[in-house]
Write a protein that binds this ligand. Structure first.
Ligand code: URA
Length: 422
């Protein structure tokens, strides 16, 4: 087989054969296809798309590039959730313990933030002592003792995707629905979960800015799940404003603990419970009530066991940033807009996120939103509090908040849950 023939076939709008796809993924993983050739192929896929059969085969080939995990030794059904990423999206933190408290096991391989969207591992790493890297045997131990585990994917899981994702990141080929869908689903299928709920974010703070694109991505991923025998459901949810009040790392852990203690912002609670019900139904446990697990403290018990099992101290004070700066409301009226992207970029510039994969993040950096769109504010009241370790980060963060909020007018917001695709 020849890389140039495969590139030409896709460049000219053709359909790749199963043999071409298997060969291209395997040869790229082994280093037999050069980075520039794979980047041309990725661009041809971005421009010309893929059929359902091509996407299924591409996903299968990426799964086969590495190990496939197996949780059959557990005495509970497994289910997981994947979010396409957003601003203030800390839902995994309360969700995994809630679902485990209701009787399912949650084996979640999670990622780090890049750009303006936060990463679950970065948030959890703000807990003193907590460790993201676990062996497969350690994952199984945590699942047995706590019912849920959230950790980093090892290098043996879908190595083709690891390499291809890094290449797409620097070649303008991230925003391809078949490539995003196959990337996410290859990792989730290789992870070995028995069922999967996808939270596909829609709005300025998400990868998919419109409900139409998000629906296409969701349908592609649900179809890949079906083609691989994985029960998969997708919800399209709002990411036009930040989720909850906290955006950052330690501040999002603190907000998640509030939810586990029975409080917390209503949108975080509502989305946690909605996703928990979907996960429990997908795991064959539709009668369990996740709200009860928040009320009776059983989800908090799972959280504490899960954090402790990974070396963390759930009682340790969380890090806080050295500098704070408060933005006050310039007028009285209804907060009609608080743009997720603007707030996400500001938190990133404060140090909560990274510009390059190898950079560290600041645990204490982030933003607290004191009002949500639709609420009435009074001139001079605190609107946003910025947290940073280094005050030189404040001016650029403030720049990205210019025009990110509006007082007066009628809010035009997506409903929290926009649609369900199965
Ligand atoms: N997340 C992934 O894992 N892959 C993508 O391509 C995009 C988001």
């Amino acid at each position: 087989m020849d890389a140039i023939d495969v590139i030409r076939a896709k460049r000219d709008g053709g359909t790749l054969t199963p043999g071409q796809i298997d060969w291209a993924i395997d040869a790229y993983t082994r280093g037999a296809i050069a980075e520039e050739q794979m980047s041309a192929l990725a661009m041809a896929i971005l421009l010309n798309g893929m059929t359902r059969l091509e996407v299924a085969r591409w996903t299968e080939a990426m799964i086969r590039s590495g190990e496939r995990m197996d949780w059959s030794a557990l005495d509970r059904p497994t289910t997981d959730k994947h979010s396409t990423g957003g601003v203030g999206d800390k839902i995994t933190l309360p969700l995994a313990p809630v679902v485990a408290a209701c009787g399912a096991a949650v084996p979640q391989l999670s990622g780090r933030g890049l750009g303006h969207t936060g990463g679950t591992l970065d948030k959890l790493e703000s807990i003193p002592g907590w460790r993201a890297s676990l062996s497969n045997a350690e994952m199984l131990d945590v699942l047995r003792s706590a019912g849920a585990v959230v950790c980093a994917a090892g290098s043996g899981l879908a190595p083709a995707d690891r390499k291809l994702y890094a290449l797409r990141d620097v070649t303008g080929t991230v925003e391809s629905i078949p490539l995003i869908a196959s990337s996410i689903m290859s990792k989730k299928i290789a992870e070995g979960t028995g069922a999967l709920v996808l939270d596909v974010k829609v709005g300025s703070g998400a990868f998919m800015k419109t409900a139409g694109n998000a629906r296409e991505l969701a349908e592609t991923m649900v179809a890949i799940g079906a083609d691989h025998g994985l029960r998969t459901v997708a919800l399209l949810t709002a990411m036009d404003r930040p989720l909850g009040n906290a955006v950052g790392n330690a501040v999002e852990v603190a907000e998640s603990v509030e939810v586990l203690a029975g409080g917390g912002p209503s949108d975080v609670v509502e989305l946690t419970l909605t996703l928990a019900r979907e996960m429990l139904a997908s795991a064959g446990l539709p009668d369990r009530d996740p709200a009860e697990a928040l009320k009776d403290g059983s989800a908090m018990d799972v959280w504490r066991r899960m954090i402790t099992a990974q070396g963390g101290d759930p009682d340790a004070p969380l890090p806080s940033a050295r500098e704070t700066h408060t933005v006050t409301a310039p007028a009285s009226g209804v907060l009609s807009r608080l743009d997720a992207y603007g707030v996400g970029v500001a938190a990133w510039r404060l140090g909560a996120g990274r510009a390059r994969k190898e950079e560290p993040v600041s645990s204490g950096a982030g933003i607290i939103c004191h009002a949500k769109p639709g609420e009435t504010v009074t001139k001079g009241q605190p609107l946003l509090t910025l947290h940073a370790d280094d005050e030189t980060r404040l001016p650029r963060a403030l720049e990205s908040l210019e025009g990110a909020y509006e007082i007066g007018g009628t809010p035009s917001l997506h409903p929290l849950v926009i649609d369900r695709i199965s």
